[in-house]
Ligand binder design. Sequence first.
Ligand code: SF4
Length: 456
Amino acid sequence: MSTVHTFKKDAARVSADISHRRIIHFNMSKYDTAVIAGKKRYDNLSLAKETASAIKDNVIANLSYYLESFENNATSNGAEVLWAENSVDLIQQLSAILQAENTRMLVKSKSMVTEEVELNHHLENRGIESVETDLGEFIVQVAGEKPYHIVTPAMHKSKQDIADLFNEHFDTDKSLSAEELTGFVRNLLREKFINADAGVTGANFLCANEGAVAVTENEGNALLSASFPKLHIVIAGIEKIIPGVDQLPLFWPLLAAHGTGQQLTVYSNLFFGPKKKHEVDGPERMIIFLLDNKRSDIYKNTSVQNSLKCIRCGACLNACPVYKNIGGYSYSTTYSGPIGSVLSPHFKNFGEYNHLSFASSLCGKCEEVCPVKIPLTDMLLSNRQAAQAYQSSFDKGTSSVLFKILSSRQHMNWLGGKLKSKLLSIVKNKFIGRRKALSPFAPKTFNEQWKKHIKR
Ligand code: SF4
């Protein structure tokens, strides 16, 4: 089945799943309440967003300069900076390092870029155990699933779903409370942190002036992943750059307020290279991978270049009426929701994934909530325009015939109301789906009614 057909089938199934809707709406309503409160802490949120957007604009305009500065400064700090052109390149380089370090097990904090390159899958194939240490990521890993949402990976699961899952895998009591389930995972992971040969984190921001890696989190697991094992690996997309740590007092709260409604996340970590001679703890070696993986192509495409400003707060997903109904898995991509619909066709195969750009009502709520003011609607429209080149001859023919008929009153009057309703229903079933109901055509055309009732 083609990607677009799978998408339509999954989206139709999930949007009709009442239990799924109940869980998502419950979890998102908690998020909405927290975010509204989080934004109220700002005296001038609009100024903060404009400033963050302008900083990111400047970084995008001078990306190679900032990346080189980051590389130089991180290297001076004692870290090793490696460039990866794509996921294959990254996995090859990383595997060679892990093999040389005799890595058998690593702990990993939440990172969407590692999902993008399917890190766990590749490590597993090489006999290396990769343990997710973020609670949400741990839950989806145990369930054999991928993250449902870029900020809250297990958003689609209720507390009871998780209790049942742990009962199945760890034989814990099905009636454990949320606190007891968390405590169980905490104990299990302590052992993993102590014994891990390496720790992998992503990066929320790469600070060019200092060569520092900024990671925000709420559970302390990223800090443990980076500091307990002797090897700390960072995997970051090249768009994560900001000029320096001076900008963190702006970006950290903006990310927290829009991601979870917090003033700041519980832990705000800054990693400046491996352990120094006078330091007693920290990794002996720190390797930072800067991943391109088609970001340079997006950079060159001026109509979607600004999507590289994204700080992955997830606000646009939570605001999107389409995401709320079809859920994260229907997209079948690492990045879902409005930003995913812009980026994923470019990250993957545009011909196969451009349908995602149509998974939007273009209501504009996504760009209204975006903390770095990314014009998501314009980008979705630009993707839609580019998608025309990939339309099948059948779709092109159907659109052209429909356009001709619908744009001419004379053509519309050719057929009776019943036949028009029938034909439109066939087209609707193919392009929109069976669940959507359309109003039937009036039995008599407008012109006929006009003649009969008005022009006597
Ligand atoms: S596009 Fe904007 S709202 Fe969406 S995840 Fe990125 S920064 Fe957040």
